[in-house]
Design a protein around this ligand. Structure first.
Ligand SMILES: [Zn+2]
Length: 321
């Protein structure tokens, strides 16, 4: 079965459902129909067939794609990059400078993901990760521009979810690819949840990134999970408030217990009301767990608080001198 669910997400931008873990409306890639066509996100290796079928249905032959931009190197976004880059040999690959070395040599990225997901589950969800030839990678940072001929993508460095996370402003439509900066928003469930997996969640940076996106976004946000949203102000408000709320819940839970399972239970119980606003069947809500399961969300925030405490201790020690 080859899926190729595509739909128009913004003027000149088509979403391609990557059918991650065989399920629709979980993770999307986007094709920008510029003079130099660009793919934003590749999905994981397990999604490569679906993405190639989608691109082919949109008329993209092997010689046609000029650019591939991956917004951060988490495997659900970039795991398939090596394969997709091989299928489109002319495409220039754009990645934040902190992430770029790990796509050329994915060994550390893969072992880090194996720690977060467990090796079996990682392979089941994402597959293996092929390296991307370093000669094809163009590292980017805040303010850089990916030129697509008749429109371009402006790079905003938006850490918080990951230290190598960028958002992209499409000059053709004004849409902002928010990626995971605001969290996960599944349109048919109508709920936004933070995405706080280990290893480098930073709540302050995350809130600042959300505010920067709010300033830049004219009328449209493009989520990787999943699709376009027009309620820019509302979603930015909810995203910033929930990220801080979740972090606070985990900090309070850490006073009660060090057990991650128990902290996860508390986080789940104390955020369950967020689903009340749009009650959806259980199988829909389950899709949140595919993307950012609660245990990983809890683990990411626990790690954030530990790192922050260490930082504050170091600063206090320095102030004593
Ligand atoms: Zn993601």
């Amino acid at each position: 079965m080859t899926q190729h669910a595509t739909f128009e997400a913004a003027p000149g931008i088509t979403a391609v459902d990557t059918m991650m873990t065989g399920r629709a409306v979980v993770t999307s890639a986007y094709l920008i129909h510029a003079r130099e066509p660009a793919l934003v996100e590749t999905g994981p290796t397990t999604s490569v067939d679906a993405v190639l079928a989608g691109l082919s249905s949109l008329g993209m032959g092997p010689a046609d794609l000029a650019h591939i931009v991956v917004t951060h190197i988490h495997l659900d976004h970039a795991g398939g990059l090596g394969r997709i880059a091989a299928a489109f040999p002319n495409a220039v690959v754009w990645i934040h400078q902190r992430g770029a070395p790990h796509m050329a040599d994915p060994s550390r990225l893969v072992s880090s993901a194996a720690r977060v997901y467990g090796e079996d589950r990682m392979l089941r969800m994402f597959g293996t990760v092929d390296p991307t030839p370093s000669g094809r990678i163009h590292a980017v940072d805040e303010g850089d521009v990916v030129p697509l001929g008749d429109r371009s993508l402006e790079v905003m460095y938006t850490p918080g979810h990951a230290s190598h996370h960028v958002s992209l402003v499409d000059t053709g439509s004004g849409a902002v690819f928010t990626v995971d900066a605001l969290g996960v928003h599944l349109p048919d469930v109508g709920v936004l949840q933070p995405a706080t997996p280990p290893p480098d969640i930073d709540v302050e940076l995350g809130v600042r990134s959300i505010e920067r996106i709010r300033e830049r976004a004219e009328s449209l946000l493009l989520f990787s999970h999943f699709g376009p949203v027009i309620d820019v102000e509302e979603l930015c408000d909810i995203a910033a408030a929930r990220l801080q709320r979740w972090a606070g819940i985990v900090r309070d839970a850490m006073i009660e217990t060090e057990d991650l399972d128990r902290i996860t239970e508390l986080l789940r119980a104390r955020t369950a009301d967020e689903f009340d606003e749009a009650p959806a069947p259980r199988d829909r809500i389950d899709r949140f767990e595919i993307l950012a399961d609660m245990r990983n969300n809890a683990a990411g925030l626990v790690r954030y608080w530990h790192k922050r405490a260490e930082r504050e201790q170091e600063e206090a020690a320095e102030a004593d001198h």
